[in-house]
Design a protein around this ligand. Sequence first.
Ligand code: SAM
Length: 320
Amino acid sequence: MKDSCGRDINYMRISITDRCDLRCRYCMPAEGIEKLPMNRILTYEEILRVCGAAAELGVNRFKVTGGEPLVRKGCTDFVRALKALPGVEQVTMTSNGQRLISSINDLKAAGLDGLNISLDSLQEDRYRYITGGGDLSKTLRAIDESAGAGIRTKVNCLLQKQFNEDEIRDFARLAFHKGIDVRFIEIMPVGFGNPEAGVPNDDVLAALRKEYPQLTRDGRPHGNGPAVYYHLPGQDGAVGLISAMHHSFCGSCNRVRLTSQGLLKPCLCYEEGVDLRPALKEGQQALRKTLEEAIRSKPAGHTFHDRSSVETRAMSQIGG
Ligand code: SAM
């Protein structure tokens, strides 16, 4: 369906849990987050009802996120049920990769269409530091197994100055050697994210061009999002730039977000959203009407730069 700015809204990120098995410093620091009690989290049945209503409105692509989605029991069965809903064309997931290895084949059998794997460093000690204790080898293996199982696999890397900006070339190599997409995401002022620490994607592109003078804009379709891709002609794999801060792409934004508590967020930037729980109690027609109004009210753009109205929830509570 179209929002009031005429944008076609066909994509929903669904956070199924606020819990995570990592503690990425800019996302969910160990000291910072209170867990929601399970009775405040939507049940899978409720989430499926929201997705069903959304699909009736033309939202046909869903990304399962969290927290870490695989921390919630029954995640694979949820993916299967979501994929089977009428009108649903695509179900993908974003994960930190720590628990993926044992689930990849089941997720594929459940119909998962793609996996985004978050990875901020290719160096063991840095990875452990930024994630608050993560095991790099598990995530690297998950990337290989996911791609090897034939699931469309993308790596998402968030660069920060004086931390991992010297790894741009290593991440590009990962993309070109493994034939997968690696995307660099600019850090946003959401939750604990400090954009001053971020690396502008123009700088990333300059570094890539220096290393790969033959780098070319990649016009092939890569997915649903705002990434701009570059590749080496004749090779699989690409690097993508998601420039939320330095090149606003709000004019073509196609997405809304559902938090694990049942808040429909039309825009990542703003705290405001529509609580779907009352409508869930009323029935499917009320739910569809509430969703429709919420989607129509999507703001024209973010205001991350002047910080006049920004989200104060942690990214782990929203789903990224
Ligand atoms: N646990 C899953 C994962 O790691 O992909 C899903 C949730 S995580 C919140 C989703 C993505 O949000 C991660 O790639 C993370 O790097 C990104 N993220 C978290 N805080 C951010 C921020 N302030 N700005 C930009 N991206 C952020």
